[in-house]
Design a protein around this ligand. Structure first.
Ligand code: UT7
Length: 334
């Protein structure tokens, strides 16, 4: 009889652009101040890519690290999926096609998904499903954003919150259930589609002088409404995924939440009784990097030597759509 197979996270890699933008830098651009940003969000600085850097450039750098660490060559990659809301090009080609080409991966499926800040958890859901369906053996997943390219630098409600970056992982096959991606659950509710939205330049409001004058090409957010739903939804989602798998918070080594706001992370962590030292926080350094935030945070843990092969991670994410999701997995990298 054939042995059962499982999907596993075999490596992690990330790239943060070099340009650091502090809260004090933003004070010179919009009516804001360091004290407000730190108190309301925990963010002290973020990275902005250079004008000549696109999302695929950040993604390619993160992907190279993830492939290297997994000891998988580009030839061995069966599929490339990028989660982004700031693709290199509007509509086409996909950022995944550009990244695959940069890496020398030709003749394999490559495509983007749009699930905003939940992008990395959606990627894990897809990669796990393709592995279990035996359609692929090695899948390169990347959350990457040059979100500064869709920020309205006249809107203090949003421009202080986000940053650029990329995180990548190699999801492969294992026969060892103990080292697998245990569960991934993802959800959406389009009823709240206007909570996080780039209204202009799509088929609803195609590019026009009026759209540009109203600055509809940029990201808009109903921050306070989103905040309240995020906290409630994430708490319920994490409780559900733990219960479904007969696990409790003591079975988890690290909680790696999407890094939107320190207050959301703390509220969820406290409601679930997670010891603060298990809660991973990077929002102070990178702001909200949307689909890149979770893999960048896992990479931080990895580079600090805090996770090893066998560490169990609990992930959760929430973002535009609305979309959300969580995952429990055992890190199987070296
Ligand atoms: O990653 C995807 C999911 N995203 C999220 O989950 C983000 C969720 N939302 C949030 O993180 C928070 O709602 C924000 C950080 C966006 C805002 O914090 P808040 O505590 O909800 O503040 P608020 O929107 O209720 O605004 C409070 C005040 C307002 O002034 P008034 O009306 O009280 O006079 C704002 O105009 O803060 C003002 N304000 C600012 N002041 C200085 C808003 N942005 C700024 C700013 N600097 N940058």
């Amino acid at each position: 009889m054939e042995k059962p197979i499982y999907a596993s996270l075999k490596s992690i890699g990330a790239y943060a652009p070099e340009r650091i933008v502090t809260n004090y830098d933003l004070e010179k651009i919009v009516d804001t101040n360091d004290e407000w940003i730190v108190k309301r969000t925990g963010i002290k600085e973020r990275r902005f890519a250079q004008d000549n850097e696109a999302t695929s450039d950040l993604a390619t750098k993160a992907a190279k690290i993830a492939l290297d660490r997994a000891k998988v060559t580009p030839k061995e990659v069966d599929m490339v999926i990028v989660a982004t809301i700031s693709p290199d090009f509007f509509c086409m080609p996909s950022t995944a096609c550009v990244v695959a080409n940069n890496l020398g991966i030709i003749g394999k499926p490559a495509f983007d998904i749009s699930a905003a800040c939940s992008g990395f958890v959606y990627l894990l859901f897809l990669a796990k499903s393709f592995i279990l369906a035996k359609a692929c053996k090695n899948i390169l997943i990347i959350g990457a954003e040059k979100i500064s390219s869709i920020l309205d630098m006249q809107d203090r409600n949003t421009c202080v919150l986000f940053g650029d970056g990329a995180g990548a992982a190699l999801v492969g096959v294992t026969e060892n259930k103990e080292k697998s991606i245990i569960e991934v659950q993802v959800s959406s509710n389009g009823e709240y589609q206007d909570f996080l939205i780039t209204p202009g330049c799509g088929s609803r409001y195609p590019t026009s002088k009026e759209v540009l004058e109203k600055r509809l090409q940029f990201l808009k957010m109903k921050g306070n409404e989103t905040f309240k739903i995020a906290v409630k939804t994430l708490i319920n989602d994490v409780v559900e995924i733990l219960e479904k798998n007969h696990l409790n918070i003591n079975d988890i080594d690290f909680f790696v939440p999407h890094q939107a706001n320190k207050r959301i992370i703390t509220a969820v962590g406290e409601a679930l009784n997670i010891a603060p030292e298990k809660v991973v926080l990077t929002v102070q350094k990178y702001g909200n990097t949307s689909a890149a935030s979770i893999p960048m945070a896992i990479n931080e843990l990895y580079e600090e030597g805090r996770i090893q092969n066998g560490s169990r991670l609990l992930l959760d994410a929430f973002g535009g759509g609305l979309t959300w999701g969580s995952a429990i997995l055992t890190f199987n990298g070296n």
